[in-house]
Structure formats: C-alpha cells, structure tokens
Ligand binder design. Structure first.
Ligand code: GLU
Length: 442
C-alpha cells in the first residue's frame, strides 16, 4: 500500500514551529517511501476557522517547500460524516445524551471526591425511546457519544512510544457530535483517515488519548487502523513551551532572515540526537528520516541554534539560490567573497556597499598614512591583486602581520574586519582602490 500521510491543521491560527515540525515529518515520511502527503484542513469548527489562516498555512508550507499531493477540507465533507455516523447509529455505537456541562462537572466532582476516576457513567444509555421522544417534544436536542467497547483492550505499536495499552473501562465514552449537529474532531478525523487511505498518522503526543478512542472508531467503521506515531512535544530552550515558541510563526522567522532550508534542517532532526546538517538537501533528509531515531523526551527548540544553522546554510548557499535577494549588480564573485561573513542574506547589502563605496575615511597615524601612500604607488604599478600588493609592500616597508594588513583593510573598506581582502580587492577594482588609498594617505 502506498504510504500516505497527512498534515491536518485547524485553520484557527497561524502555524508555529511545533505544527511545522509535524508537517515536515509527515512530508519526510511520505517522501522517504515514495508515498503521498496530503493536506487536510480541519475546519469543522466553522465559527473559529478562518480563510486567511488557510491561506497562511498554505503560504508557509509553500515557502518551506513542503508541497502536498492532495488537499481536502473537512467542511466540504459533512455528507460523508453523516453517512458514516448513521452506520454507527444503526450499529448502536453512538448514543444520545442530554447532560449539560454543569451536570457533567458535578458528576466528575462527586467521583473525584470518592477517589474514583471521573469517567462518564453512561446514564444516558438507560434512556428509553419514550424518554428521547419526550426530550425531543420539549425541544431538547441530544449530543452524541461514541460507545467504547469495554471488553476490547486498546493496543497499538506506536512508532515512537512503543507498545501502548489503554483500558477502555477506564475511559469516558467520547462526545463526537454536539447538540447543534456540529462535529468534534475525533470522528471526522477517523472517517477521513479511512477515506483518504492514510497509512501513517504521525502527530504530537497530546493526541495519544485521542488515538486510544480512535482505535476503536476505526474498528467500529470496519477499517484497519493506520500505523500511529506520537512525537514528544516541543519545548523552548529554557525547558517549557514558552508563549513565544507557541506563537513563533514562519513570518517572524522570515523577517529575521531565516531561510526555509534552515528551518527544515533543524526541525527534521529535532527530537533525535542526530546532528543538524544544513548541507543535507531534502532527498537526503527524507532518506535518513527514521522514527526510531526519535526519543520520548521533550524536544528542545533553541532559536539561537536556528540562527547558527541559518548562518552555516548561508555560508554555503549557491549564488543562484541567493541572487534574487541580493542588491542590484552584486554578482557571483561578490556573493562568494561576502557570504562567509553573513548570518543572513539581507546583510549582503551592507558588504556590497563596502565594495561600491563610498567608505568612511579611517582615522590613521601619520606613519600609516605614509605606508598607504606607498601602497597606492604599488597598486598603481601593479594590478588589483592582493597577494602581489601585500608581498611588494612587505618587501618595501618591512611591515608584516597586522601592521601590514590592518591599515590597508581600513583604508579600503572603512572597517577593521570583513570578507577576505584577496576576494574583495578585485571587486572594488583598481581605480576605486587607488582613490581610497590616496584619500586615506592624505
Ligand atoms: N486538527 C488536529 C490538530 O490540529 C489534527 C490532529 C491529527 O493529526 O489528527 O490537532
């Protein structure tokens, strides 16, 4: 069977780093097996779902290069849910309930007070058809619970957590449909996973208890369960899920100059002890993606690490990939000279200004001025070749090391540090370099 994964965001907000990691891992899993990666918009909550979030989610996935092979929207699939739901009604696997939130809360408190687990008591199962009719006549609509099979232990082999066991006798029958007819997440998700041929459900461990209930829903619908894997949640570098991390979106990262490949490189490995390698392209990341590498401890996301990965990525980024983000006129040689000094591509413009000038005239000692006059004379005789220029100056003045290089760098760039002068000098060009040396010498 073709490996088919899905990313199923609810469009009630922008994606944050944690959701993006889930999307990426599903994408990598599908790519690794030559399978399919589907985007499922979980928009059953019509009040909270917004079109702008759907657009934002797609824009972020596109920016990251996580292309999806198919797209579905839950809001367009209500007929399917209704039909499957009616099967469960006919099979007696869903039942009508009327308790209010307050009543349920009270029941829970009583049980907890007695030291018992706060499990729904199935009181509504005892209602007769006459009771339901009376409720209906009084204008009261039921909500619906899924009837767990308390005799069938729930088990699955989790791709990350290993063997999982749940005792359905210790679980509440989950509510699957509200009194207004709207759907909660649990059942439509299972119906879709079956209909879309999902073979692997990979999601956060906050869904483990949902999975326990859903395992029985697959069975009730006569379907095989997909493989499940639940990833440890993300925490901030400081150990807990910070507010910032929970809302850290791709827009913010993009604005800080983070490249999508850096996000991919880091998030692909986050949760494993494997090293992050910005040199790996997505086919290599997919080939090496392996659920068994993921641990159960919370995965730490460190923004500073993302910036380091980004810098390492930029240092090896080919010109063709960076070109559209570079200032007008900045060519391949300039990019290659400048990129080792960048932590993000946007800074290239600052260094390009050092090439094109004007640069601030440095404050220099008298003897450095004489030295720079000599440098101008040497440059006049030779070409814009740094090796030749510095060799000749060393010979002529006896200077070496810092005393030789620093005044030249200051005069030519207006700065004490920066890209390799051997690469920079030809870019500045002989005429302009002469102007700068002469200006600094007077
Ligand atoms: N819409 C659900 C969520 O965002 C999907 C969970 C799932 O992957 O099944 O949590």
């Amino acid at each position: 069977m073709t490996v088919t994964t899905r990313f199923a965001p609810s469009p009630t907000g922008a994606l944050h780093v944690g959701n993006v990691r889930t999307a990426l891992h599903n994408w990598l899993l599908a790519r690794k097996h030559g399978g399919r990666f589907l985007l499922r918009i979980d928009d059953t909550d019509t009040a909270r779902s917004r079109e702008e979030f759907v657009e934002g989610i797609k824009a972020d996935l596109t920016w990251l290069g996580l292309h999806w092979d198919g797209e579905e929207r839950q809001s367009a699939r209500f007929d399917l849910y209704e039909a499957q739901f009616q099967r469960l009604v006919a099979a007696g696997r869903v039942y009508r309930c009327y308790e209010t939130a307050q009543e349920l809360d009270l029941k829970r408190k009583v049980l907890l007070g007695r030291g018992l687990p706060p499990i729904y008591d199935r009181a509504a199962l005892a209602l007769s058809e006459a009771d339901h009719a009376a409720r209906a006549a009084a204008g009261e609509a039921p909500h619906w619970r899924f009837l767990l099979d308390r005799e069938s232990p729930i088990e699955w082999q989790d791709g990350i957590r290993g063997a999982q066991h749940f005792d359905p006798a210790r679980m509440s029958d989950p509510v699957v449909r509200r009194a207004d007819g709207s759907w909660l997440y649990l059942l439509p998700s299972v119906i879709d996973d079956v209909a879309m041929g999902i073979t692997d459900v990979l999601r956060g461990e906050d869904h483990v208890s949902n999975t326990a209930a859903q395992v029985q829903m697959f069975a009730a619908l006569g379907a095989e369960c997909p493989r499940f894997a639940h990833e440890a949640l993300l925490t901030g570098a400081e150990g807990k899920l910070s507010k910032r991390l929970g809302s850290l979106g791709m827009d913010a990262l993009r604005d800080e100059g983070i490249e999508p490949e850096a996000v991919i490189a880091l998030l692909a490995r986050l949760g494993t002890s494997d090293s992050v390698d910005p040199a790996l392209d997505t086919p290599a990341l997919a080939a090496s993606f392996d659920l068994s590498r993921f641990g159960r401890a919370p995965a730490r996301f460190d923004e500073a690490e993302l910036h380091r990965v980004n810098a390492a990525l930029v240092h090896r980024l080919p010109f063709a990939r960076a070109a559209h983000l570079l200032p007008e006129g900045m060519g391949e040689a300039a990019w290659e000279a400048i990129r080792p000094n960048l932590s993000h591509i946007g800074e290239a413009a600052d260094w390009w200004r050092v090439v094109t000038g004007p640069v601030p005239a440095p404050a220099l000692e008298q003897e450095d001025k004489a030295f720079l006059a000599e440098a101008a004379a040497q440059l006049e005789r030779g070409g814009a070749d740094w090796q030749a220029l510095t060799a000749a100056l060393k010979e002529a003045t006896g200077r070496k090391g810092k005393a030789l290089f620093l005044p030249l760098r200051r005069a030519l760039t207006g700065m004490d540090h920066g890209p390799d002068m051997a690469a920079l000098l030809p870019l500045i060009g002989r005429e302009e370099a002469l102007r700068r040396l002469s200006a600094a010498a007077t």
